[in-house]
Design a protein around this ligand. Structure first.
Ligand SMILES: Cc1cc2nc3c(=O)[nH]c(=O)nc-3n(C[C@H](O)[C@H](O)[C@H](O)COP(=O)(O)O)c2cc1C
Length: 366
């Protein structure tokens, strides 16, 4: 177990990467990439603004490693040479503002839509679940091999384009999380069954990425600490996955929870009555933190300086990740550090998500 770190704003090292503070921008899809998955000037401007706003590490929106994993319009891709240049421009803009950029890599799996991914979506098993908009096709061993290689190739492109780190999206019901979850993984082969087998695909991706970019390059994972589904990934099994990732040499684990069909316990929870913060995944992250050596990143509903500092001081996390508050106030980290504010004014209303679906990525509250 790592020792508690207490200071939010002291520079820190993550696998050799110097970060100016412990506040991260959690991966946030903006819907601002063009139809070919390339970065637009709007995205470059937004990432510059976020980096100028002071976050220690800026995690990008999810970036597709293969066209057949595309889930949602306006997402970035890194499966073709034409996409490298824009990612390089993002890294440059972030570096010019003294920030660090981590590119999040994803395959949508059964959450992809045939309209965007160009065919029947792929998943660990061909199961009917509300998680999948369409019945997916069960991945063959060849599909698995090709997808593992695609994650590695995308990570290599990210590194070559100047990104400081990559994060695998193994949460929220996307492909890597589908393999971990008994809700979506009904396979009878070496990729299904107990949690060791269900982790195999993720661990193969980790190994392939490490071989592609080197073990010294920071590789993070966003993991569901629990799917919040009756037959989903449990905290007990997620802790086992975290231990396997830790042993494999992961730089840090961001602990999220839930899937789009987890009702009130989904990954992007609305605020309840008091509108007060809930830090709703910390119950998961602090349990996992006790079982691993690598640093843990807490995400979900964290809004104020005193809660952020408290979570660090009490050893419940090593880093803090924010998504919706930084849509409303990209300069929140600077404002918190200078004591200009104590708390984000984000109400967790999720209007930002609806706006992004219309191509207007912004906070909708005046
Ligand atoms: C508009 C929007 C887009 C999101 N896109 C992603 C994404 O691309 N990858 C990801 O891992 N999580 C994504 N999330 C989830 C956030 O990273 C985060 O886990 C969640 O919003 C909880 O944090 P918060 O309470 O600070 O917003 C998104 C959330 C929002 C609101």
């Amino acid at each position: 177990m790592t020792s508690p770190e207490t200071d939010l704003f002291t520079a820190t090292e993550l696998r050799g990467l110097t970060l100016r503070n412990r506040i991260f921008r959690s991966a946030t899809w903006e819907g601002l990439a063009d139809k070919r998955g390339c970065v637009t000037q709007r995205l470059v401007d937004l990432y510059r603004e976020l980096a100028e706003g002071g976050c220690g590490l800026l995690i990008s929106s999810f970036t597709n490693v293969l066209e057949d994993g595309s889930t949602i319009p306006g997402s970035m891709g890194l499966f073709h040479d034409r996409q490298n240049k824009g990612v390089g421009q993002l890294a440059e803009a972030v570096h010019q503002a003294n920030g660090k950029l981590c590119l999040q890599l994803v395959h949508g799996g059964g959450q992809a839509s045939s309209k965007l991914c160009g065919g029947q979506p792929l998943a660990p098993s061909a199961v009917e679940t509300k998680l999948f908009p369409e019945l997916p096709r069960e991945m063959t061993l060849e599909d698995i091999k090709r997808t593992v290689a695609a994650f590695a190739a995308a990570a290599q492109r990210a590194k070559q384009s100047g990104c400081d780190a990559v994060q695998l999206h193994a949460a929220h019901g996307y492909l890597l999380s589908q393999f971990l979850s008994p809700h979506t993984n009904r396979r009878q082969d070496q990729y299904g069954g107990d949690i060791k087998n269900r982790s195999r695909f993720l661990l193969e991706v980790v190994e392939a990425v490490q071989n592609a970019v080197g073990k010294g390059y920071p590789l993070l994972v966003k993991l569901n600490g629990c799917d919040n589904l009756a037959d989903g990934l449990t905290l007990e099994d997620a802790t086992k996955v975290a231990k396997l990732l830790d042993t494999a040499g992961i730089a840090a684990i961001e602990v999220s929870g839930g899937t789009p069909i987890s009702g009130d316990m989904n990954p992007v929870r609305m605020a309840h009555e008091s509108g007060d913060e809930m830090a709703y995944n910390v119950i998961l992250s602090r349990t996992i933190r006790q079982q691993v050596d690598c640093p843990i990143i807490a995400v979900g509903g964290i809004r104020s300086l005193h809660v952020m500092s408290g979570l660090l001081k009490t050893g419940q996390t090593d880093y803090i990740s924010l998504s919706r508050p930084l849509i409303r106030e990209p300069d929140l980290p600077n404002k918190l550090q200078s004591d200009a504010v104590e708390k984000s004014t984000c109400t967790s209303c999720n209007g930002c998500f609806k706006a992004a679906m219309k191509g207007e990525f912004r906070c909708v509250i005046p």
